[in-house]
Design a binder for this molecule. Structure first.
Ligand SMILES: NC(=O)c1ccc[n+]([C@@H]2O[C@H](COP(=O)([O-])OP(=O)(O)OC[C@H]3O[C@@H](n4cnc5c(N)ncnc54)[C@H](O)[C@@H]3O)[C@@H](O)[C@H]2O)c1
Length: 105
């Protein structure tokens, strides 16, 4: 299976990438490394970028057909999302909406 892991360089995502690789899946990680680490991605392809970047997403989905997309690109602490000011929160919500829209195309 081909799996795209968004936020796969983070704490939770990197464990998922490792486990999927152990199970024989072809994994692609998309991560902007804002809080993740490239070295934490132990298997598969790596795409460096922001999931809010529509052109980047278009390229990712054009290059390979995915059986599943897993999304871990969020804040490690829920409280950080709650504290974020309205403008910052709107930007993140818009980014989260672009991922499923790009998957549909
Ligand atoms: N860490 C925990 O113990 C824990 C427990 C339960 C749930 N969660 C939830 O799991 C999710 C991930 O948490 P985590 O601990 O792995 O956080 P993390 O910060 O370690 O990982 C998030 C990853 O997403 C990437 N990222 C952030 N914004 C991005 C963007 N716009 N485009 C591309 N990549 C982006 C970061 O660079 C990072 O690699 C969160 O929703 C968190 O609330 C975490």
């Amino acid at each position: 299976m081909n799996i795209l892991v968004v936020g796969g360089a983070g704490y939770i995502g990197s464990h998922m990438v490792k486990r999927l690789g152990q199970r024989g899946c072809a994994v692609t990680t998309l991560d902007d490394l804002s809080s993740g680490h490239r070295d934490a991605v132990l298997t598969g392809d790596f795409v460096h970028g922001d999931m809010a970047d529509t052109a980047l997403l278009r390229g990712v989905f054009a290059r390979r057909k995915y059986d599943a997309v897993m999304h871990f690109a969020s804040f490690i602490e829920v409280g950080e999302s709650v504290r974020a000011d309205d403008a910052r929160r709107s930007v993140r919500i818009a980014a989260y909406q672009r991922l499923p829209l790009s998957m549909r195309r």
